[in-house]
Ligand binder design. Structure first.
Ligand SMILES: Nc1ncnc2c1ncn2[C@@H]1O[C@H](COP(=O)(O)OP(=O)(O)OP(=O)(O)O)[C@@H](O)[C@H]1O
Ligand SMILES: [Mg+2]
Length: 377
């Protein structure tokens, strides 16, 4: 994403944080002014970058702020002064603990064999034989890499594969829900994790889109700085050798360069989730065409060569689009009865022609150079 996207994001946050602060202090006019500016900037982000990853969250913020503006305006009319009560309770902690496993397993993830193994080892071995780790063991695992290559999917699978408790924090929505209260809640989450880990099973705290919680903002006012410091403190607590519980923090980001070095240092394992290579692409194609009828002219090996530079998620979309062509034809030519025809190489060619990889070559290079600088596997 371009500089200005990040700049706008930073600006929206600033306004939002100011607004909440004024709101709490009962300075409603200033609060309204800042909420309005935040809404304006968020709308701009959404319209300038329709494919921005956090747009859904931003839309939610816009809604929340607009509601708050309305409430404040009507409150002013009624001349009452009711101060802001954040929607923030003990429940937030319980809300983020997965009660049900998400149902994704390592088998649903193509390739990334080493990554699966590394995660398994890092979490399972110390849990089984802690005495073999007199120097302690790694508690922080950072997954980074281009969008759409399986970071979130991997974490979901960890929840299923590892017999333990899985706490899922979406950093961006934490900031939305807990604006101004976020650092207290970070502390609460870790406290809860310590309680839960006393039964000897691992507790995994997964923080998705971690950059939006801990990114480098030059803000003085920003809640992010306090959140980040709280987080670093909690991580240090886990790293303390005398701390014998099995709490792991897995964080994922597609903007690793937004993390500062103090933060990076706490994640002793840093794993690059790259674009799929040729073999991985074959695996992905196998995975996603499993239930589909392919014509005999479709060779997955050859297809995989054409898909160099595409992300795993792109490949899934391409298979879907190729399949949808046959379904569409079934409806248009046969009124929707019978079965769709087989998917041909022509279908794939047409679909591939009409879509570019979602990550540019230059962007891939940036990930690789960040990896060279900070690698720790
Ligand atoms: N290795 C993989 N095997 C199978 N499917 C995959 C794989 N990687 C990605 N996908 C598909 O792409 C989708 C998006 O992947 P995921 O959400 O894990 O990406 P991500 O790396 O977290 O991206 P972002 O950085 O944008 O959050 C998945 O839901 C899945 O359908
Ligand atoms: Mg993700």
């Amino acid at each position: 994403m371009s500089q200005s996207y990040e700049y706008l994001e930073g600006m929206a946050r600033q306004y939002a944080i100011q607004a909440v602060r004024y709101d709490k202090e009962g300075k409603f006019d200033d609060a309204i002014k800042n909420y309005k500016k935040a809404v304006e900037v968020l709308r701009k982000i959404i319209s300038l970058y329709p494919d921005g990853g956090l747009n859904n969250i931003y839309k939610q913020w816009v809604k929340e702020y607009e509601k708050r503006i309305k409430d404040l305006e009507s409150m002013k009319l009624a001349a009452t002064s009711q101060s802001y009560i954040p929607s923030n309770s003990e429940d937030v902690v319980n809300e983020v603990i997965f009660k049900e496993k998400p149902g994704v397993t390592f088998n649903d993830i193509a390739d990334l064999v080493d990554v699966k193994e590394a995660i398994r080892e890092a979490i399972i071995y110390p849990t089984l034989r802690p005495e073999l780790f007199p120097l302690g063991w790694h508690r922080g695992i950072l997954l980074f890499g281009p969008p759409g290559c399986g970071k979130t999917l991997l974490a979901a699978a960890v929840a299923t594969e590892i017999d333990g408790v899985f706490i899922h924090l979406d950093a961006a929505s934490i900031m939305s829900k807990w604006l101004g209260e976020a650092e207290k809640n970070v502390a609460k989450i870790f406290k809860k994790a310590r309680e839960l880990s006393q039964n000897g099973k691992p507790v995994i705290i997964f923080i998705d889109e971690v950059d939006s919680l801990l990114g480098m903002y030059n803000s003085e006012v920003g809640g992010e700085v306090r959140v980040r410091n709280q987080f670093l403190k909690e991580m240090d607590g886990l790293l303390d050798k005398s701390f014998k519980y099995f709490i792991y923090v897995i964080a994922a980001t597609n903007k690793p360069w937004r993390l500062d070095e103090a933060f990076i240092r706490r994640f002793q394992k840093r794993i690059f989730i790259p674009l799929p290579n040729k073999e991985a692409r074959v695996e992905l194609l196998k995975l996603y065409t499993k239930g589909l009828k392919l014509a005999s002219d479709v060779e997955l090996e050859k297809l995989s060569e054409m898909l160099e530079g595409y992300t795993s998620s792109d490949i899934k979309d391409i298979v879907m689009a190729a399949h949808l062509r046959t379904v569409k034809e079934l409806f248009e030519r046969h009124g929707g009865s019978g079965e769709p025809r087989e998917i041909t190489v022509g279908d794939f060619n047409d679909v591939i022609k009409s879509r570019k990889p979602s990550v540019s070559r230059e962007a891939v290079k940036v990930y690789e150079s960040w990896y060279e600088k900070f690698k720790a596997v």
